[in-house]
Design a protein around this ligand. Sequence first.
Ligand code: TMP
Ligand code: ASP
Length: 242
Amino acid sequence: MNNNYKLIYEGKAKKVFSHNDEDKVIIEFKDDATAFNALKKAKFEGKGKLNCLISARIFEFLIENNIPTHFIELKNENTMIAKKIKVIPLEIVLRNTAYGSLCKQTTIKPGTILAKPLIDIYLKNDELNDPLITKDRIDLMNLISSNDLDLIINLTLKINTVLKSFFKNIKLQLVDFKLEFGYDFKNNILLGDEISPDNCRLWDLKQKNDTIVSLDKDRFRNDLGGLIEAYSEINRRINEFI
Ligand code: TMP
Ligand code: ASP
């Protein structure tokens, strides 16, 4: 990245740089992958580029569907320009199908289609290992108003409706996903972070039988191999569709 840009923040999968316009930031997607709060780490050449391109296409599609997001435009293949937001330290997970931590922490069987979307909220705090949190605890911590929390939950449900049918069109089952939101300088709530196979579970619907074929970061979490091939396939199907 050009020296004119100052590194503001470095996360596990992205770097955020300042922009000449102080209401904007530059987000660079890294090739690093982590799982289980960075207990497991690896690098996949080309992952940053694929996640940046996939996220950009999905943000554009969401904006067309009247979802407010931080995305402005791609700068190059692994960098995007976004609106600067003050990130709300919550991770909003929506689940359509039971998998992952839901099945480790409950008696629900993996692959169960949920009668209605389940929303699980986690505190975004690496030191505390991103614990599952309740509305009352959010209130107690004065993190956001209950009005804003309701707004975020409703936006998440709307995003699910839009993305579920988007992915179904390209023969992918949207199992679950994680979102992050923030406030822009006018205090509007915007969808932030990324939407990619790093933070969505996507299962291939082109399989003839019922076997689960994950085309997402579970390939790394569960040592399945073929992560770049899976992400490339998602990118290819999105580009064919749009
Ligand atoms: P989970 O089943 O491990 O709780 O994950 C649910 C969804 O959230 C899944 O699509 C992966 C995503 N996720 C993240 O994006 N970041 C995280 O730190 C975790 C734990 C999950
Ligand atoms: N994002 C988490 C980590 O940093 C884990 C995950 O996505 O499963 O390790």
